[in-house]
Design a protein around this ligand. Sequence first.
Ligand code: FES
Ligand code: FE
Length: 428
Amino acid sequence: MGNDAALSRSGQGGSLPNWGDVIRPDHIHGSLYTNPAVFEAELERIWRRTWVYVGHESEVPKPFDYVMKSIGPEPIIMTRGRDGQVHLVHNRCPHRGKHVCVVEKGNARSFTCPYHGWSFDNDGPIRGMPFPSGYDGVDRDLLGLGKVARVASYKGFVFGSLAAEGPTLEEHLGGAKYALDALCNLSPEGEVEITSGFLKHKVRANWKFLVENETDGYHPAFTHASIFEVAGSRIAELYGSDSLCVARDFGNGHTEMDLRPEFRKRDEPMSWFGTSAEKLPDYVARMNAAYGEKKAREIMIDGSPHIMIFPNLFIAEIQMFVIQPISVDLSVQHVTPLQFKGAPDLNRRLRQQTMGSVGPAGFLLADDAVMYEGTQRGVHFTNPEWLYLGRGRHRERIDADGYRIGEITDEVTTRGIWSHYRSLMEAA
Ligand code: FES
Ligand code: FE
């Protein structure tokens, strides 16, 4: 696994590697994070091909509501049409390419391009252009906003695929769907709401470092030791070598840290949130009324999932992150607190905790950002050129549902991400 001049050159020079040469079962080559040609190929084979999370239906509750979103680096507008349907259109004028929508969110029946004034219905078709005689004889149907080829939602989570064909959203989500179901069950009304706005954190790191980190159960005890100590948190117990929690690879690049075994051992409702049922009496009463005491208790013990839905949606118990690649060494994480419909007292605390952990002066995300940026700097250097991700490979096993699992600190998740990545990159 020593120095490999040919691979080093591909890392520097921008040519595409043979994927099997740079992705091995327990090693990957550092150039995968630095090679601009690899990044361009990822845009083509991952971001413009698979299902990518875009937004949540609750962000556009009324007809003509819209919000600016993205699929990879590409700007997208999520809108709700007159018919109540959610649409995804490209935020790029068909005339000369300008963004047609420049205000982050709002309610508009149409968008007017600021450059030469072409206007478009909020689901894409062109409405008009100034001095129209200049377009006599032109087929206007060809001059609307581009539409995202496929749009589908699951439990209010809206995904888009820029490829006209491929697996359905449900096939893509596979076993990871359970996490979105579990999340909605935490609402007495069975729905998540994304209503608190987003913070955007720019990170000088390749997007894959972020994806890997989200379900890396090895780092919290070290990277986040200071916040766990200051907050008197019991989270560190979950990520220790004696933890019963499990790292799981769902396939299709989706991975999770399943924390339920430890929460079930504690047998304390709301322990997942670092609190108790007594501190949230209104929420508990609403949950009991909605699900019955037995089922409500189970839901409140299991808590919220910790899952990375490939390639860009990370549910981190109390908040949601959306990962956006900008260039080979620049990414943005869009962060918002999860909010549960019909749970005002819980929601208030979710917002406060989110500000404390991933807000502008939050403790948690800053810890992680130092690590992503440090690893990004590190992979530019050689000797060794390879990264090792073999932790716990000898003790991987298959769970009752057929998914590969390991101990919470094992890199079964990272290996799962790279295995799927390789299959996508090889499917040229
Ligand atoms: Fe939009 Fe000209 S670029 S109208
Ligand atoms: Fe972390």
